[in-house]
Structures are given as structure tokens and as C-alpha cells.
Design a protein around this ligand. Structure first.
Ligand SMILES: Nc1ncnc2c1ncn2[C@@H]1O[C@H](COP(=O)(O)OP(=O)(O)O)[C@@H](O)[C@H]1O
Ligand SMILES: [Mg+2]
Length: 479
């Protein structure tokens, strides 16, 4: 399937290059290769009376266009930096290298170079990568996927503008801690349980509508635990749990508060919360407090001072970043949901949170199913077979005859969440390129269309092999 896409891409690159060469008035005799249909015949130089202008040679990561020097008017112009620069623009920011080694070789990358920032694409959360039962997923970084242990994170403040991915991040953490099975969870979502009620039936989980419902009990538990530690003469929960003479294993407790501002509306909450944050650390109580209002009336200095880990999703201004991280920066990261800066042990790391694959209670079944509907399958096929693997709404509509732009956009979003498409990519100059299919969509599509698709694939890659061999031969003949 990938080969098939790349063949289309090579075709596109060759056609655009041909057009650019003729428009730049570099070609001696206009001609034999002026449309995609001519792609195949252009491959075959032999026996052609009218010698082709370009031969196309597909390599694994790039296409090499071999330009016939006999048909070029001005070789110096073709070899100039100016020409490659212009051609690069025509080809949506693809990188081009020119070689003049007894024949002119234009090497063009299949896909545009992406701005570094956008290389941090959202990925679905893969819980099988959890390093330990206490690790929670932070996201993809420029180096590697990042997971951190609740023990290292200790007490956490999460801030970010509305719709920037706080709740999604927390769902991922909850899923990881549930899978770990070693942590008790107290969940408060500020929406009366709408968001977290789905976890209520899980073992070790308490979902509360009002934070005061849980905080009193937690406060008492903290004091009991502190007494137990004192009696056992140990300094923290890890030592206590290692000590065979102590009273038995104590579980860690994560207190997850999705909207701190709402919780603080309850009278008398702040003092207890501040105390739990300050003294709970030693006995394995981990507050994880999220807010969409990073201002000092919500995140008061008293609350903040013991929240040692700070995590900022995109925020509108520097002041908000200062509240969350105690420094600027969160206002400058890409305003993409899930993009985040985490301040941890004097390091600042940028990451893109994974997409937690949770079923939203009020979404229709088709929105959470990972299977493709018939209508979606048609779109997927069009993308792969006609659109070089790019999902660009307008082109999808033209290729499939879909009239409903809302539906097409909804498909794009759903597929992005499922990891079938990348987010909208931009080239190094900041132009939108659209979304690209991922290997996952190829897999799903192959699966949906069953055996026949597999056979077609084999034929296709076979054809590609021949193509490369033929062109390699062309290159040798020319070289
Ligand atoms: N890591 C992510 N990658 C891609 N999209 C995300 C990510 N996190 C959230 N989103 C999208 O952003 C929307 C808002 O996310 P949500 O977690 O509800 O934000 P918040 O709780 O900050 O208001 C979600 O519906 C989801 O589509
Ligand atoms: Mg939210």
C-alpha cells in the first residue's frame, strides 16, 4: 500500500517538475511528457522516437528524476540554486538535491520536510508501554516517549486554557494507574461526575461529586498514616512498606481534581487541601490538581508552594505561564491540544500528550468504533489511490463526490484521534499541507477489504520492482 502511495507521489513530482521545467523555458522542444497518463510511457525510453525529457527512478525514500541533458536549453540555469529553490516551492517544500554526474539527477524527497515543531504528532496512548504500575504517560517528546512515575512527580499542578487537553491527559493517567493496580484513586471532575463517573465501578476508585465528600476522610487517613510512620520510626511510605515489622502495605493515593476553581468554591476546602498537599507527600498521597484558570486567585501561593511538578498546556498569555510554571514559555508553545511543557526536577520538557482512547458517554457509536463505515472506506480508498495519502478536505470531496463538508471534517477528526491520520501538517514555511494517512489506516483498510486487497498489494509491489529495475537500467544507459 505504501508503495502504491509512493508511486502516486513520484508521478505527481515528475509531472510538476515537467511543468516547471517547461514554464521556466528551459526545455528545447516541448512535449512528449505532459500528463500523468504519460508517466508510464515516459518510463520507457527505448524505442521512443521523441526522447523523453525525464526518467523516473523510485528509491525507498526519494524519487530520482533523471533529466535528459540533450533536451535542456540552459544547463547552468537548471543546475542553479535558484532553480531548485523555485522547484522546491512548487513541490510544497520538498527537499531537492541536484547532481550533475554525466546526466542530471534531481533527487526529490517523497514528502515535504516538516517544521520541527509539528514533528511532535499526537499518538494514541499505548498502555502496554507503561514502565511500572506507578508510571503515568506524559507524551511524545522530541527524543522519545516520556512516562514518569507518580513517586517522582509527587504533587502536581496542571494548567492550560480550555479545550487544550487537560481532561484527556488526566484520562490517560487514570487509565495507566488503573492498569497498574497499585494506586487508590479519588476522582473529582468539577462537572458533578460527568467526566469521571465511568470509573466508579473500578476497584480502588472513589468518584466524588463534591471534593469535601472525600477530603475529610482523606485528611483523617493522612493523620492515621503519619502516626503509623512515626510509630514505625520511618520517614516515608516506601520505607514503611519495606519494613516487615510495620503494619502492612499502604497503597498510594492519587487525588485527581479536574477543575480546581470549582472545588475551591466549596467553603472551607482550601485549608484542608493545603494541609493535605503539604503533609500528604510522606504518606503516599499525591494531589494532581488541574485548572483552566491559571490565575493567582485560584492557584494561590499556599496551594502552589508544595506542588513540586508543574505541567502547562497552551495558555493565552505570559502571566498564566508564570502562574503555572513560575516562568514564561507556555504561552509560546504551539496552540495544539495536548502540547505541553513539564517542569520536572529543574528540567523543562516539551511533549505532545497521547490521545487517551476513552469512550465519551454522549458520542455516537460510530465515533468511538475503530472500524470504518462504508462511507469512510470509500474516503480511505480515495486517499490512498488518488490523493497520494493526503487528507485535504476539498480534495477528498472532489475525489469521492462527498457533498457534506461537516461529515468529511468529522471523519478527519475521528481518524486523527484513532491515529489513522496525523494532525494537520505544515511545511517548513508554515503552509498547511493537510493530514497524512498513517500505517494504521493502511492496516485497517487492508483488513476491511480482506484477501483481495492483499493480492492487489502483491501485484502492486511487484509492478514497482519492475519499474525500479527498468529505470535503473535507463539510468545506466544514460550514465
Ligand atoms: N493529546 C491530544 N492530542 C490530540 N487532540 C487532543 C489531545 N488532547 C485533547 N485533544 C482534543 O482536544 C479536545 C479538548 O480536550 P480536553 O481534554 O477536553 O480539554 P480540556 O479538559 O483542557 O478542556 C478533545 O476533544 C480532543 O479532541
Ligand atoms: Mg476539561
Amino acid at each position: 500500500m505504501a508503495n502504491q502511495i509512493e508511486r502516486r507521489v513520484a508521478e505527481h513530482i515528475a509531472t510538476m517538475t515537467y511543468q516547471h521545467l517547461t514554464r521556466s523555458n528551459l526545455v528545447r522542444d516541448p512535449a512528449s511528457f505532459d500528463s500523468a497518463q504519460d508517466f508510464d510511457s515516459a518510463q520507457d525510453a527505448q524505442g521512443a522516437t521523441d526522447e523523453p525529457l525525464i526518467w523516473v527512478w523510485q528509491c525507498p525514500d526519494r524519487v530520482v528524476l533523471i533529466v535528459n541533458p540533450l533536451r535542456i536549453k540552459n544547463l547552468d540555469a537548471l543546475l542553479s540554486h535558484r532553480f531548485t529553490h523555485h522547484l522546491g516551492t512548487v513541490l510544497q517544500g520538498r527537499r531537492i538535491a541536484v547532481m550533475n554526474h554525466r546526466g542530471i539527477f534531481l533527487q526529490v524527497g517523497y514528502y515535504p520536510e516538516l517544521a520541527r515543531d509539528l514533528a511532535l504528532a499526537s499518538k494514541p496512548l499505548d498502555l502496554s508501554r507503561q514502565p511500572s504500575p506507578l508510571h503515568v504517560p506524559i507524551g511524545a517528546t522530541h527524543r522519545d516517549d516520556l512516562w514518569l512515575s507518580l513517586v517522582e512527580l509527587d504533587a502536581i499542578l496542571i494548567g492550560g486554557a480550555r479545550r487544550m487537553g487537560k481532561t484527556n491527559l488526566l484520562h490517560g493517567w487514570i487509565a495507566a494507574l488503573l492498569q497498574g493496580g497499585e494506586t487508590r484513586l479519588i476522582l473529582y471532575d468539577g462537572k458533578g461526575g460527568v467526566e469521571f463517573a465511568r470509573y466508579a465501578h473500578q476497584p480502588r476508585v472513589q468518584v466524588v461529586e463534591k471534593l469535601s465528600d472525600a477530603l475529610g476522610e482523606l485528611f483523617a487517613e493522612m493523620n492515621t498514616r503519619l502516626d503509623a510512620l512515626r510509630r514505625a520510626r520511618v520517614a516515608n511510605l516506601a520505607e514503611y512498606n519495606r519494613d516487615k515489622n510495620a503494619g502492612g502495605r499502604l497503597e498510594r493515593i492519587a487525588l485527581i481534581v479536574d477543575e480546581l476553581a470549582f472545588a475551591l468554591n466549596e467553603p472551607g476546602i482550601e485549608d484542608v487541601l493545603v494541609d493535605v498537599i503539604a503533609r500528604g507527600g510522606a504518606v503516599g498521597i499525591h494531589p494532581i490538581l488541574a485548572t483552566q484558570r491559571p490565575s493567582s486567585d485560584v492557584v494561590t501561593p499556599r496551594i502552589k508552594s508544595n506542588l513540586v511538578t508543574r505541567l502547562a498546556l497552551p495558555v493565552p498569555d505570559r502571566a498564566s505561564s508564570m502562574v503555572i510554571l513560575d516562568r514564561a514559555g507556555a504561552e509560546a508553545i504551539a496552540k495544539t491540544p495536548g502540547r505541553l511543557l513539564i517542569a520536572h526536577r529543574a528540567r523543562h520538557i516539551e511533549a505532545q500528550a497521547f490521545v487517551a482512547n476513552i469512550e465519551t458517554p454522549n458520542s455516537s457509536p460510530s465515533l468511538v468504533s475503530s472500524r470504518l463505515s462504508e462511507r469512510e472506506t470509500r474516503i480511505a480508498q480515495a486517499i490512498v489511490e488518488q490523493l497520494d495519502g493526503w487528507f485535504v478536505t476539498k480534495r477528498v470531496m472532489a475525489a469521492t463526490g462527498e457533498r457534506d463538508v461537516g461529515f468529511v471534517n468529522q471523519v478527519a477528526q475521528r481518524w486523527e484521534l484513532l491515529g489513522y491520520l496525523t494532525p494537520v501538517l505544515k511545511n517548513a514555511r508554515g503552509h498547511n499541507l493537510g493530514r497524512r494517512v498513517t500505517e494504521r489506516l493502511n492496516q485497517v483498510l487492508a483488513h476491511e477489504s480482506g484477501e483481495s486487497a492483499n493480492e492487489a498489494n502483491q501485484v502492486e509491489s511487484g509492478a514497482n520492482l519492475d519499474l525500479s529495475a527498468e529505470n535503473a537500467a535507463c539510468a545506466e544507459r544514460k550514465g
